[in-house]
Design a protein around this ligand. Structure first.
Ligand SMILES: *[C@@H]1O[C@H](CO)[C@@H](O)[C@H](O)[C@H]1NC(C)=O
Length: 502
């Protein structure tokens, strides 16, 4: 647009004052800079005490715009062939030396390589394209459920508040003027960030009354960006796997000790967690100022899992105890075999009762001994001696019968009995040995059951701790929301829907 306009202007100028042979624009520049003696070192004011009003606005596509009025750059458009816009290199003009104070790459200055537009009224409009790298102190406490308060603070490096007054850009709507108290978003030039969502974007002039007017730092224009992290990525890729892995540790208590897999499972979970911690620590800002929420959760999980590994070893120790190495005291027995199983609603094998049926169910060795007792009671002694033998010789197994009345004379019976005595003694010995072994096994069994009770107790303790810990982390994250207004205590929203007309 400007090209053809200027060309037209040029043609018109040639037609009107052809004899001059000079481009109108050139003439204008010569007029402004040579005839009027423009000095870019001087502020555009008539009086030394006046200040230049510089307005700022920020658009979210790396654009800042500045504007001020320089009365020395006024011209009469008609006099100069209707030139309404003059493009001048910025190094020809006075510039307010606005810098981004909290930059982080050392380039304080806004790019000066760009052209400045000047109106016939002397209004200078400057739109330096720039990539602002501002430092933003990120607080990682609630990572990844955090929001941040970042700011871009602009102030004049060279001039004090007495010489240059900073203000926000003003715009007009339906004849009324309002300051642009927000960061503008140009929908064409703005792409939404995948990680951050903009919650508030106010702009404010900050005046510090404690700093004297003629020293730098009295005034600044600050653009704030209050942004919230979108946590989905971290939830899906880190938190959910973490929670799953952590909850896996509860299964260790469910695994029977005889399988020999308890410790290896606990250690596997610990390892998986360590790998995750390694992955996450790479994604976190390396700071020791605060532990992020996710780090706390992982640490909590790891401490718990480490504890479970220890418990696991203790449980295995209890499980493999024998009467020859440990004494099972009655108090322990009562606590772990009666009180706790009842409290924990554990299924208990039937206790040793009067009936033989219960005994048989208790354990295989107990079954044997009761069988033996039964046999001994019901069978005649000779039956007891010769039954197996006759079976071996292919004779039919005789029915077990109650003692029959003795056959033959008293003496013969006595003789037979004395002959049988060693055999009966042998049988008695076997029975008592079996009884001893049974007692031994029974106590071993008790140790197994104590271990099982401890396992169940830990399952019932660790699971709620895990649930509460996880819920606590997620709730803390959910409640960490940015405030509804950009400045706590200030009810104004600083949004374009809410203009403050002057
Ligand atoms: C953001 O920080 C500024 C100061 O840097 C403060 O005035 C403002 O209240 C903060 N905003 C929020 C929402 O915390």
């Amino acid at each position: 647009m400007e090209g053809p306009l200027l060309m037209l202007g040029l043609l018109a100028a040639l037609a009107v004052c052809g004899s001059w042979g000079l481009n109108q624009e050139e003439r204008l520049i010569r007029h402004l800079f040579e005839e009027k003696g423009y000095n870019k070192e001087l502020r555009p004011v008539a009086h030394k005490d006046e200040s230049v009003q510089v307005s700022l606005a920020l658009t979210l596509s790396n654009l800042i715009s500045l504007g001020w009025t320089d009365p020395r750059l006024r011209w009469n458009a008609e006099e100069f062939g209707n030139i309404h816009v003059l493009r001048l290199p910025s190094d020809l003009l006075w510039l307010p030396d606005i810098v981004l104070e909290n930059n982080n790459d050392g380039s304080f200055q806004i790019s000066y390589a760009c052209n400045v537009l000047v109106n016939p009224t002397g209004y200078v409009y400057w739109l330096p394209p720039a990539i602002f790298r501002s430092s933003c102190p990120i607080s990682v406490t609630y990572f990844p459920f955090d929001w941040q308060n970042c700011s871009l603070k602009f102030s004049s490096l060279k001039y004090t508040a007495k010489e240059v007054t900073l203000s926000l850009k003003q715009e007009e709507k339906e004849g009324r003027v309002y300051p642009v108290e927000w960061i503008e978003i140009d929908p064409a030039g703005f792409t939404e960030n995948g990680e951050w969502e903009i919650v508030h974007r106010p702009a404010k002039i900050n005046v510090d009354p404690s700093v004297p007017l003629d020293s730098p730092g009295h005034q600044s224009v600050t653009f704030y960006l209050i942004i919230r992290r979108k946590p989905l990525f971290y939830v899906v890729n880190i938190l959910v796997p973490c929670v799953l892995i952590s909850f896996m540790i509860n299964l260790v208590f469910y695994l029977p000790a005889d399988s020999g897999e308890k410790t290896s499972m606990a250690i596997s979970v610990l390892l998986a967690q360590s790998v995750f911690l390694l992955l996450i620590s790479k994604r976190l800002p390396a700071t020791s100022m605060a532990i992020p929420l996710i780090g706390k959760f992982l640490l909590f999980g790891m401490v718990l899992v480490a504890l479970v590994v220890v418990i696991c070893v203790i449980v295995l120790n209890i499980h493999f105890r024998t009467p020859s190495t440990h004494v099972l005291s009655d108090r322990v027995k009562k606590l772990f075999l009666e009180t706790l199983p009842e409290l924990l609603h554990m299924s208990r094998p039937a206790e040793a009762g009067p009936g033989p049926g219960a005994l048989i169910r208790r354990s295989s060795s107990l079954g044997y001994i009761s069988k033996a007792e039964e046999y001994f009671l019901l069978k005649s002694r000779s039956d007891l001696m010769f039954e197996k033998q006759s079976e071996r010789h292919g004779l039919v197994r005789r029915l077990t019968t109650a003692r029959r009345p003795p056959a033959g004379s008293e003496q013969a019976q006595q003789e037979l009995f004395s002959e049988l005595r060693p055999a009966v003694d042998g049988a008695n010995f076997i029975v008592s040995h079996l009884r001893d072994q049974n007692n031994y096994n029974e106590e071993k069994d008790c140790w197994n059951r104590v271990a099982r009770t401890v396992d169940r107790l830990c399952l019932f303790v660790v699971t709620p701790i895990m649930v509460v810990g996880t819920a606590w982390i997620f709730l803390q994250g959910a409640y960490n929301q940015p405030p509804p207004q950009p400045f706590p205590g200030d009810p104004f929203s600083y949004h374009e829907d809410d203009k403050r007309f002057i």
